[in-house]
Design a protein around this ligand. Structure first.
Ligand SMILES: N=[N+]=NCCCCNC(=O)[C@@H]1[C@H]2[C@H](O)[C@@H](O)[C@H](O)[C@@H](CO)[C@@H]12
Length: 448
């Protein structure tokens, strides 16, 4: 056995998101979000599940903080629900909404845990969606006004800020594929939403700098690692498009201030143009202090004429699968973050999400023997160590997720937590994977 040691300042954390854990969807003045609308629309979410109650973290956040403290994490990534702060998206601040996050932040700091806050994790105020949502550039200004309230309120308490979570999901998954709220299926709309969200990110960074807010600010993109099944040029090009769909389309504007031209041309061939206005690309590529990367999977792609958006298809090559039917591809984590370093230089990286969904059973003594999930984490932790050793500026890792929670269109059946949520009683029960991670944190490393 060998011990893989992590730097003593490596930040171990876990992550959640407001709509997925809070519940209390009408409490203390909260306005409706697009996810309330979407989940209350029959047929949109498996089992017609919704986030009305979720994990009830709105009332049980102290239990969550106690679990975090026992786990030994240095940081906790959570998101703030815009509709709690501005129930109508803009206008008057809802003080009771701010109060909830004051309680959460103070509880974390009292427990010696750094809050890492995502400003936008998909719960757009419905009132803004009614005016076009992210397709309407007015939402950019509304986002900056919301961000400014949070920056000022928590300056000095929150030191790690993430503007957006997974702009690919906000744009393509939600407005081209249509699987997430608001459920549109229009390529031009998706390209426009992606662009406006990235402008909103940049404007928020400008505001953060202008206000002299303490700490570091970045944004999170979900990256995948796709490789061509063969070296045939058509397979190589197909894999290049599949990867850029998730990766370059967002990373290049954010970190270089340009869109990848081959993808601009491809989308143009499909009838979609990027609505760039003067100054947008400079705004989008405002210097940031870190890049957040959510990594779950990847795979192999080959060319298939007229298949999907990119004349490509994913090929099954024997990867183990999670309960989301995603490939377990730890090497993909090493490859994609090595690619980030090669393409974008030594920008500090936090893995802001990584984790796995498996079917969990509550066993004797409220234990959950989730060996597959613990093994998933072990395999990916080995890659973290490999990345650090290779010189990648990997500063921290947030496991997705602290709790089983509302898994968007998949509802509550799909469990990602290292803590089991009993949705009847709302009790929390640490799984074996929680104790595995607890030991890695305590030992600053793992035995392999
Ligand atoms: N076609 N297709 N789609 C498959 C790709 C979907 C990508 N979903 C994510 O990365 C989400 C991220 C999210 O932040 C979190 O809120 C979610 O709970 C986790 C788990 O799902 C991950």
């Amino acid at each position: 056995m060998a011990k893989l040691n992590f730097p003593s300042d490596f930040v171990w954390g876990t992550a959640t998101a407001s709509y997925q854990i809070e519940g209390a969807y009408q409490e203390d003045g909260r306005g409706l979000s697009i996810w309330d609308t979407f989940s209350h629309t029959p047929g949109k979410v498996v089992n017609n599940d919704n986030g009305d109650v979720a994990c009830d973290s709105y009332h049980r956040y102290e239990e969550d903080v106690a679990l975090l403290k026992k786990l030994g994490v240095k940081a906790y990534r959570f998101s703030i629900a815009w509709p709690r702060i501005f129930p109508q998206g803009t206008g008057e601040v809802n003080e009771k909404g701010l109060d909830y996050y004051r309680r959460v932040v103070d509880a974390l700091l009292a427990a010696g845990i750094e809050p890492a806050v995502t400003l936008y994790h998909w719960d757009l105020p419905q009132a803004l969606q009614d005016k076009g949502g992210w397709a309407n550039r007015d939402s950019i200004d509304a986002f900056v006004k919301y961000a400014e309230v949070i920056f000022k309120e928590f300056n000095g308490k929150i030191k790690q800020w993430i503007t957006f979570n997974e702009t690919w999901c906000v744009s393509f998954l939600s407005n081209y594929i249509g699987a997430h709220a608001p459920g549109n299926k229009d390529l031009q709309l998706a390209v426009t939403v992606a662009h406006n969200c990235m402008v909103a990110h940049g404007e928020a960074v400008k505001k953060f700098r202008a206000l002299g807010i303490e700490g570091q600010i970045g944004t999170t993109h979900n990256l995948y690692w796709y490789e061509p099944l063969t070296t045939k040029p058509e397979d190589v090009e197909a894999a290049r498009r599949s990867r850029a769909y998730y990766n370059e389309w967002f990373m290049e504007p954010t970190l270089k201030g340009t869109y990848p031209q081959f993808m601009v041309d491809w989308y143009r061939s499909k009838g979609a143009e990027v609505p760039i206005q003067d100054g947008d690309m400079e705004t989008i590529s405002q210097p940031i202090d870190f890049i957040g990367v959510n990594f779950y999977s990847g795979g192999y792609t080959r060319y298939k004429k007229d298949e999907g958006l990119f004349d490509s298809e994913d090929v099954q090559v024997g990867f183990d699968k999670t309960f989301m039917d995603w490939n377990v591809y730890p090497d993909g984590l090493y490859k994609v973050l090595s690619w980030v370093k090669d393409e974008y230089g030594d920008i500090p990286i936090y893995i802001t999400e990584n984790g796995a969904c498996y079917e969990d059973e509550l066993a004797e003594g409220n234990r959950v023997h989730d060996a597959l999930r613990a093994d998933y984490y072990k395999k990916h932790f080995i890659q973290l160590h490999r990345l650090i050793e290779s010189g990648v500026q990997l500063k921290g890792y947030f496991a997705w997720s602290l709790l089983d929670n509302f898994e968007w269109a998949e509802g509550y059946k799909k469990r990602f937590g290292i803590v089991y949520t009993n949705y009847e009683t709302l009790e929390r029960h640490p799984k074996d994977s929680y104790y595995f991670i607890q030991k890695v944190i305590a030992d600053d490393g793992l035995e392999v």
